[in-house]
Design a protein around this ligand. Structure first.
Ligand SMILES: [Zn+2]
Length: 80
């Protein structure tokens, strides 16, 4: 059980995707996206991954802004 989250970076507009695996993680993300009052801190992921789900910053911009990033955040390869 897995799902891809695709976001466009608000800074550089590049598209990135993040693979969410496992029912527990998927349910947590679904709950977060459906409920505007949900706290991103409650998501069971590392901080950079939570930030990606929330704001969509790409791998490099995440690193630039927050000083850390996640290799789970991968650029979408265009033209495939
Ligand atoms: Zn970016």
């Amino acid at each position: 059980m897995e799902a891809d989250i695709i976001n466009s970076c608000p800074l550089c507009q590049k598209k990135s995707h993040l693979l969410i695996k496992g029912k527990e993680h998927l349910d947590a993300v679904e709950h977060y996206l459906k409920h505007r009052h949900a706290f991103v801190q409650d998501l069971p992921f590392d901080a950079p991954v939570r930030e990606f789900i929330k704001s969509g910053f790409c791998h490099d911009c995440m690193d630039m802004i927050f000083g850390k990033t996640s290799d789970e955040i991968k650029y979408v390869q265009e033209g495939k």
